[in-house]
Design a protein around this ligand. Sequence first.
Ligand SMILES: [Zn+2]
Length: 147
Amino acid sequence: MLTEKERDLLREALLAEKQRLLRNAQDGLAFSMNRERNIGRDSIDESMEEELFSTELRLRDREKFLLSKIVSALDRLEQNTIDACEDCGEPIAFKRLLARPVTTLCIDCKEEREREELSQSDMAHGGAGGGGDGEITADEAGGGEEG
Ligand SMILES: [Zn+2]
């Protein structure tokens, strides 16, 4: 069970991340609007512009996805279940939660799942790069999980 102070810290981290995503989403919107105004300009190669645009759409998909994870993490925070591992029910270490507030797995289950995903994705998509379609990689938090 988390203390009041720990929950406050997590709430802060989640709200800050939410703000950041919303700002990014707004930037994305401005980008699309600029694009419409720039149609007809011949300085940008068309295919390159297509590429830019689809990258931007992907980004917004990812943001939407992350946003929904943050919202449900806030929900779990209010219900005091944020530190319960989805798989085994054991408490998730506070340090891990603070680094990745949207996580729903304790480090043991996370590592196990990553091993499974690794062996599956080896066969499924021949190393298309990528992975990590889940948790926020917190740039600011410095990254790195010491278990
Ligand atoms: Zn677990």
